[in-house]
Design a protein around this ligand. Structure first.
Ligand SMILES: [Zn+2]
Length: 253
């Protein structure tokens, strides 16, 4: 069974045993380190309670990760934000202000600053990460063609401030690892590429020392459950979504 919390725990142990040091994204940017380093980047698109479970599991293993949460209803949850921060993780904003402002750049930057201030009530956020909004007509990253997040005290955004010819980016978007066609916008431009059909395979590659020294592993906690009804529901929905996205990607090219 893939995408269970048990599998996630195995992934963490494989990274640990292989000698990877865990860094938050902020640390990764501000204190560049030699050797094996991994950033666990979690995008909280929905089901924040799943993110809390992952955060607790990481904490139990002495691991710090980076969590990015949307401000939309059903996702934004102050109690969970507080609890994740208390576990020692980085917490910041999974922004989509251009979508929220329906393409109005000026308004979008105002919203961005306002939402960032909301997050900063809980954590001194210095990095942010875009929400892909796969079905929206606006690409939230385009906000930075007119504005600069550094003005808001942000030192990094994973889509702009990482050299992906040196860092391998692995994402569970589409409920597989680096699935082609599943991600409309949740991908990065860069040289290193790796397709892995499941988490077991990823664990094997880590165990056999087949991955680069620098990794960013992007997961969406809403996909990860203990095996049961939640897992089944996610499994079925994702198969339907993948079919829709595949059609959308074909349409866009
Ligand atoms: Zn997202």
């Amino acid at each position: 069974m893939d995408f269970t919390l048990k599998t996630y725990r195995s992934l963490l142990s494989a990274l640990e045993q292989s000698g990877y040091a865990f860094r938050t994204f902020e640390e990764f940017l501000s204190v560049p380190a030699g050797g094996k380093v991994v950033v666990l980047r979690h995008d909280i698109d929905k089901r924040p309670e799943n993110a809390l479970r992952m955060a607790q599991m990481e904490h139990a293993s002495g691991i710090k990760a980076s969590y990015y949460i949307r401000v939309v209803k059903g996702t934004w949850n102050e109690e969970i934000i507080e609890r994740i921060v208390a576990l020692g993780h980085e917490m910041s904003y999974h922004y989509e202000d251009l979508t929220i402002a329906k393409g109005n750049y000026e308004k979008a930057f105002e919203y961005f600053k306002k939402h960032l201030a909301e997050i900063r009530r809980f954590y001194p956020a210095k990095t942010v990460c875009m929400h892909g909004s796969p079905l929206s007509r606006w690409d939230n990253r385009k906000l930075w063609e007119k504005y600069n997040y550094r003005e808001a005290g942000i030192i990094g955004e994973p889509y702009f401030d990482v050299d992906y010819t040196k860092v391998l980016y692995i994402t569970d978007t589409g409920r597989a690892w680096n699935k082609t066609g599943a991600s409309v916008r949740d991908k990065v431009e860069g040289g290193l590429e790796l397709k892995v059909k499941n988490t077991r395979r990823l664990i094997t590659l880590i165990g056999n020392d087949k991955l680069p020294e620098k990794l960013i592993i992007n997961t969406h906690p809403q996909r990860w459950f203990d095996f049961g009804w939640g897992w089944m529901n996610e499994f079925i929905c994702q198969h339907i979504k993948n079919a829709v996205k595949k059609a959308l990607v074909a349409f866009m090219h």
